[in-house]
Write a protein that binds this ligand. Structure first.
Ligand code: CO
Length: 145
């Protein structure tokens, strides 16, 4: 397994609408996606692009808002009412290989790979093994070699 591109930084927010307004009006973001629900994960999601230099692909901010009180983000917002940085997501070439390698290196991989917000398989790694950072691993989309 080889660490790939920083795909996005997950930011929890009590209001995607308010966060979008901040990135657009204060930060000058010009590429902001449409928010969409991921009901199986209990969240509403919206991506803000942070473009790279010279047209290269940059990274993204993934805004995440809880859909309900059962949402995994709900507790985070209870503890951090204004929201805050929630996870960082790195690309890997093969998610199943990455899970096996990470486990063999002592990481606590949370559950089985499942389809994430980009439509490719993702898995989370518990922060106890990652120096306090909740890490999402995401298989590199096939159309972004
Ligand atoms: Co994410």
């Amino acid at each position: 397994m080889k660490l790939g591109r920083l795909n996005h930084i997950g930011v929890a927010t009590p209001s995607i609408a308010d966060s979008v307004a901040y990135y657009r009006d204060t930060m000058g973001a010009t590429r902001i996606g449409e928010p969409f629900d991921l009901p199986e994960q209990g969240v509403k999601v919206c991506f803000v692009d942070t473009p790279g230099h010279d047209g290269t692909e940059g990274t993204q901010i993934e805004l995440i808002e809880p859909l309900n009180e059962e949402s995994p983000i709900h507790n985070f917002i209870e503890k951090n009412p204004k929201g805050g940085q929630h996870h960082v997501c790195f690309e890997v070439a093969d998610i199943h290989e990455a899970v096996e390698v990470m486990k063999s290196r002592g990481a606590t991989v949370l559950g089985e790979p499942r389809i994430g917000a980009h439509g490719t398989p993702i898995v989370f790694v518990h922060p106890r093994n990652t120096n306090g950072v909740l890490v999402e691993l995401m298989e590199t989309p096939k159309d972004h070699p």
